[in-house]
Design a protein around this ligand. Structure first.
Ligand SMILES: *Cc1c(COP(=O)(O)O)cnc(C)c1O
Length: 370
């Protein structure tokens, strides 16, 4: 049987959540599970998040899925609702919403949830420099006044554009802008207003800005959110192992080429193996010459680093197994990323970030939860 396999280890996620709590002991945790839990599968990860205070999703559909899976704690809609209708549905399903532009503000003021509803607390988004979602300086003060006047509790929130890079000057500007407005709102509008700035990178790089709520995503999945420290240096554990198996061996003669576009040619006779995984499963089609996999000898369990050669195809890729024993077993496991091979490394070889590789996995691999 073809066995490209995604294995999810919820214990690793619980471990990573504890790392978040250790770094931000006084903050509540909104654990981000948007995009099907960064490709891991919401159902697989929710049980590992019972100690989170809330989960965050991008859409109401994702919120409903989590509710159907039995998540009964708070859910935050980080893009808020898209219509007055959806605002009503958010109230019916107890989803806390971001309010980031005028129409959402009007929907919230037209239809006010009950005093004990979680929807009675709103996340008011202030644009401090990302320039995607959020009110500007004047807009946020007036929105806060109107919401507070209507009985809403407020969490002022913003999102960093460059928190992964400790040296980037925009982050301190964003923090300054945030703190200025926060002080004004606290003084003039609502002395109990709460604050939330940090995604994973902010949690690691800006401990003074943890405030009331942190919003970790990628670090919960065991990938590094920052440019200058690896996941293992941050004591994070990979939640996903992505693996396949060797399906056949070949010896490619000197001068012969491999695969579509014949972009790799053998400088000498080369032992190669075909691996039953490709971009149809979610392995990136374009990788550079440093891309490699780990082959685990089915007999000895020894592990070998083997370069990916030739163009990755839809259903298979080719690796150079020159460094492995000559009697390497067919069916030997090939690790594409996971605990033994950081997804951050593969992302770098593919010119992207771990987030994209994880989210882009297809439905084809077998899914296993350990
Ligand atoms: C996705 C998201 C996060 C989590 O970001 P990571 O970089 O994965 O930690 C935090 N806040 C908001 C608003 C988000 O959309």
């Amino acid at each position: 049987m073809r066995t490209a396999t995604v294995t999810i280890n919820p214990q690793a996620m619980t471990h990573n959540l504890m790392q978040v709590k250790k770094r931000a002991p006084n903050a509540k945790v909104l654990a981000m599970v948007k995009a099907n839990a960064y490709g891991h599968g919401v159902a697989a990860v929710l049980p590992a998040l019972v100690l989170a205070d809330a989960i965050g999703v991008a859409s109401f559909t994702e919120a409903l899925e989590a509710r159907h899976l039995g998540w009964d704690k708070a859910i935050g809609l980080v893009e808020g609702v898209f219509s007055a209708d959806e605002w009503q549905q958010a109230i019916d399903n107890g989803c806390s919403c971001v309010i980031h532009h005028a129409p959402q503000l009007e929907w919230a003021l037209e239809c006010i949830p009950a005093v004990d509803s979680p929807v009675r607390t709103v996340w008011l988004k202030y644009n401090t420099g990302m320039n995607r979602l959020g009110f500007d300086e004047q807009g946020v003060v007036s929105a806060a006044k109107r919401l507070h006047g209507a009985g809403y509790a407020l969490i002022l929130t913003t999102h960093f554009a460059n928190a992964d890079d400790r040296e980037h000057p925009l982050t301190s500007t964003q923090i300054q802008r945030f703190n200025d407005i926060f002080a004004i709102l606290q003084r003039d509008v609502d002395k109990n207003i709460k604050a939330s700035l940090c995604n994973s990178a902010g949690i690691v790089n800006y401990p003074d800005s943890h405030c009331d709520w942190v919003r970790p995503g990628i670090m919960l999945y065991g990938s590094s959110p920052v440019t200058d420290q690896s996941a293992s240096e941050l004591n994070l554990q990979a939640v996903m192992d992505f693996s396949a198996q060797i399906m056949a061996f070949q010896t490619v003669k000197q001068g012969a080429t491999i695969g579509y576009g014949s972009r790799w040619s053998a400088e000498e006779d080369t032992r190669t193996a075909l691996v039953s995984v490709g971009y149809g499963d979610g392995y990136p089609r374009v990788v550079n010459n440093d891309a490699h996999v780990n082959v685990v000898d089915a007999l000895t369990k020894d592990s070998y680093t083997c370069p990916v050669i030739g163009r990755v195809a839809m259903d298979m890729l080719v690796i150079d197994v020159s460094s492995t024993p000559i009697d390497l077993a067919l069916d030997s496991e090939v690790i594409l990323w996971g605990a033994a091979l950081p997804v951050d490394d593969v992302a770098q070889h593919a010119g992207t970030i771990s987030y994209e590789l994880l989210c882009r996995l297809s439905n084809r691999p077998l899914r296993v939860i350990v």
